[in-house]
Design a protein around this ligand. Structure first.
Ligand code: ADP
Length: 387
């Protein structure tokens, strides 16, 4: 009987999934699919590995829960395997104690639900996906793979805020996110490079950077929430907390209004007043679009400098995520003027989105590595299934 493994990767308004055959030791991808409310709210598109595209129409357009049920129902009917043996879920928050993927049971799910206030736009969707997948496939192993787990190796100074210690004990810490992406990307580096000092810039709609020493995360630009650090598609990134106090006092904003402002109306979209789509911003001649790009690049460069200092030097800078993998102009702006660090990129290779884009004379390697969060989830889930 042939088994398959499903991975579910739900964001605040999008769902990515992959279906893998489990015949060999390594899961083999059969299908990938995506639902994105901002792109086509009424359907999930599915692509088979041979390129055939299918669309599943949603019973309730725009609803993530409806996208989950469409995908799960489609899996039940798919003829390419006999049954789903395991479902791997991307779960944004694993809290203080989860430093590795875990097989889910009622008690762990209840613990994860308690973390929802720490990631209000993501964790409830992740839990909804888990609930629906358990109902659809009650005999399948359900595994949670956490975005925070990779960063549990942070030293105390990068895990804490300068608040009274009781808040640290309560869990008000710098967790860091995008861990599955960093885990995957660092795993593709050759061992000598992985053993060194590396900064990975995951630049997508969500964006963060991670400093790695000997393959372990020692710092991340994201902190307690997925808001901190770099400006993102619609999120503000680092902000002076005094601004929040001002907005509360002078604009009467409450927690809901601030959540909406900081998560959904800020970042590239808020600054430009146009869009969060980097392709459009790069093509625009609008002054605000240019300012938004300039600020995005400035923050990346600033973080790169800080991380290099903390690492005591830099052996490699790696770009990943939709912008990092595809936007040569952004990579070029980020790297400009870093010759003092021994970092310079070769423009033709950069323009081609080649894997190695540094100049021969560059002491620092500069790489472009497509991320594969679902592949990472599949690998961990298959390992737990085999255990
Ligand atoms: P998410 O965080 O939602 O997974 P992605 O990693 O898919 O996001 O990245 C989405 C971002 O990548 C968008 O800003 C999009 O404009 C940008 N992007 C994708 N392709 C290109 C490209 N060819 N040039 C510039 N930006 C691109």
């Amino acid at each position: 009987m042939s088994d398959a493994l499903l991975t579910l990767n739900a964001g605040s308004s999008s769902l990515k999934f992959s279906l893998f055959a489990l015949e060999g030791r390594v899961p083999e991808r059969l299908y990938t699919g995506a639902f994105d409310r901002g792109v086509a709210a009424d359907q999930v598109s599915i692509k088979s590995i041979d390129g055939t595209v299918t669309a599943l129409l949603l019973a309730e357009p725009g609803k993530l829960a409806s996208a989950f049920s469409a995908v799960l129902a489609w899996c039940e009917e798919c003829d390419d395997f006999d049954h789903i043996a395991a479902v791997g879920h991307r779960v944004v928050h694993g809290g203080m104690h989860h430093a590795a993927p875990v097989a889910l049971d009622d008690s762990i799910i209840a613990d994860l639900a308690e973390l929802s206030p720490l990631a209000p736009l993501h964790q409830p969707h992740n839990l909804d996906g888990i609930a629906q997948a358990r109902t659809a496939f009650p005999h399948a192993l359900q595994v949670a793979c956490f975005d925070t787990a990779f960063h549990r190796t942070h030293p105390f100074v990068n895990d804490t805020f300068a608040l009274p210690h009781r808040f640290y004990e309560e869990g008000v810490r710098r967790y860091g996110f995008h861990g599955l992406s960093y885990d995957y990307v660092s795993g593709t580096l050759d061992p000598a490079l992985k053993a060194g000092r590396v900064v990975i810039a995951h630049l997508g709609n969500g964006a963060s950077m991670c400093a790695l020493k000997e393959g372990r995360s020692v710092g991340s630009t994201m902190g307690f929430s997925a808001l901190d650090g770099l400006p993102m598609g619609t999120r503000c990134g680092q902000i002076d907390p005094g601004v929040l106090i001002y907005l509360m006092q002078e604009h009467g904003m409450d927690a809901d209004a601030l959540t909406s402002l900081l998560y959904k109306e800020s970042g590239l979209k808020g600054m430009s007043g146009l869009t969060n789509d980097m392709r459009h911003l790069l093509a625009s001649e609008d002054e605000r679009a240019r300012q938004a790009i300039d600020y995005f690049v400035f923050r990346i460069r600033r973080e790169l400098g800080g991380m290099t200092a903390v690492l005591g030097g830099l052996d490699a800078l790696v770009f990943t995520g939709g912008i990092g993998e595809n936007a040569a102009a952004i990579r070029s702006m980020v790297c400009e003027g870093f010759e003092w660090l021994g970092l310079s990129i070769a423009e033709p290779a950069n323009a081609d989105n080649a894997r190695d884009i540094e100049m021969d004379s560059s002491a620092v390697r500069v790489l472009v590595v497509p991320t594969d969060e679902e592949g990472m989830i599949a690998r961990y889930t298959a390992e737990l299934l085999a255990a």
